[in-house]
Design a protein around this ligand. Structure first.
Ligand SMILES: *Cc1c(COP(=O)(O)O)cnc(C)c1O
Length: 386
């Protein structure tokens, strides 16, 4: 699986103990991932438990309004309501194969925590979820969901008491319990081999979408659009199109109160390269290298970093960047819901809103990754009635 470097990005900036755990994880992953028993067990779970393949839906109303052909990749229809389950299930299955009985994960909005707790309930593994105290309060429904699923939720009181601090605590736990525990990162971030493992498990999105669009339209799309927090749903749909140079890949970040306000989560758009959570990538940091607090109306995009492979794709010019503010995302949410009867997650709403910023040619063929559904966000949406 290579060096874990994407140009200068990626790598393993971790203490020695963790380094050997990562090397071991890389070697078992390489051995198991392509074996027939693993593939067939994972594939049947993806089909019968998650509900894959997810549909590719022609959104006729928005298509007509914009003069394009817009297809929606419906990850919102996955079990638990978002793409996160693709990775959680793959990694819990991996943990089981390597005899780790205890799963550790971090979560911000709670979506990755819910997906991980779900996979652990299914496969009978112990599950410990680290969550910033601030997020525990903001996302009480998801906290209760995780507890219902049998997980232990540990509130983290250090730092900004959000996702960044929860990740730090989860890594600390793994360091102490690496013998019996497997750590599941929720996005394409962290030290090698995580960005590659998570991308591989999420690539099912793009593999299906590519096959589906070829069948429906007999050609590849002009654009693939996805929102970016850490970058897992984006890498998942982009990766199988990476060598199709005529397919433009659009990464949409959260501009919060505006990229000039300093209150945003647009690490690719407005950050600079640095090291966070064990890898080199674009980050929001001050001139001393201190990590800035990220802001977005959508908790899933509220992270100061972004995956190393996306960082590399930015520098190599393979992706087009867009940034969408909180209020634009809210409008995008209302627009998608009223136009197509599909309530997208606020994360995904950023991607919808970006459709209005891209200068399409007539009849362009566009795929938008609907990373998740918006039921979890109703309280936020009510409080920002437009
Ligand atoms: C977590 C989440 C995201 C952001 O994470 P990525 O790793 O960037 O995909 C986007 N959409 C939804 C619905 C999420 O739950």
């Amino acid at each position: 699986m290579g060096s874990g470097r994407f140009g200068k990005f990626g790598g393993r900036y971790v203490p020695d103990t963790l380094f050997s755990a990562l090397v071991e994880l890389e070697s078992v992953y390489k051995k198991i991932y392509r074996t027939k028993p693993f593939r067939s067990e994972l594939n049947s779970l993806l089909r019968d438990y998650v509900g894959r393949p997810t549909p590719l839906f022609l959104a006729k109303n928005i298509s007509k309004e914009l003069g394009i052909r817009l297809y929606l990749k419906r990850e919102d229809l996955c079990h638990t309501g978002a793409h996160k389950i693709n990775n959680a299930l793959g990694q819990v299955l991996l943990a089981k194969k390597i005899n780790k009985q205890r799963i550790i994960a971090e979560t911000g909005a709670g979506q990755h925590g819910v997906a991980t707790a779900t996979a652990c309930a299914l496969m009978g593994l112990q599950c410990v979820i680290y969550m910033g105290e601030e997020d525990v309060q903001r996302q009480s429904l998801n906290v209760y969901r995780m507890k219902l699923l049998g997980a232990t939720v540990v509130p983290v009181t250090s730092g900004s008491r959000t996702l960044k601090d929860a990740t730090t605590e989860a890594i600390r736990d793994w360091l102490e319990n690496v013998e019996n525990s497997h750590y599941i990162i929720g996005s394409v971030v962290g030290p090698h081999p995580y960005p590659t493992i998570v991308r591989d498990f999420q690539s099912i999105i793009g593999i299906e979408a590519r096959r589906q669009i070829l069948k429906l339209e007999q050609r590849l799309p002009d654009y693939v659009v996805a929102c970016v927090g850490g970058g897992s749903n984006a890498m998942g749909i982009f990766y199988p199109f990476r060598d199709d140079m005529d397919v433009k890949l659009v990464a949409v970040e959260a501009a919060g109160n505006g990229v000039d306000s300093g209150q945003h989560s647009a690490a690719l758009f407005a950050g600079s390269p640095g090291v966070l959570h064990g890898s080199m990538s674009y980050l929001l940091q001050d001139s001393d290298g201190q990590i800035k607090v990220a802001h977005s109306i959508s908790a899933g995009l509220d992270y100061p970093g972004v995956g190393p492979e996306l960082s590399f794709m930015k520098d190599s010019g393979r992706i087009i960047l867009e940034a969408v503010t909180d209020s634009e995302a809210l409008s995008g949410c209302h627009w998608a819901t009223r136009s197509e009867g599909i309530l997208p997650a606020l994360e995904t709403s950023h991607a919808f809103s970006a459709l209005k910023k891209i200068s399409f040619s007539k009849n362009d063929l566009v795929i938008l990754n609907v990373s998740g559904r918006g039921d979890k966000d109703i309280n936020t949406i009510i409080n920002h009635d437009i």
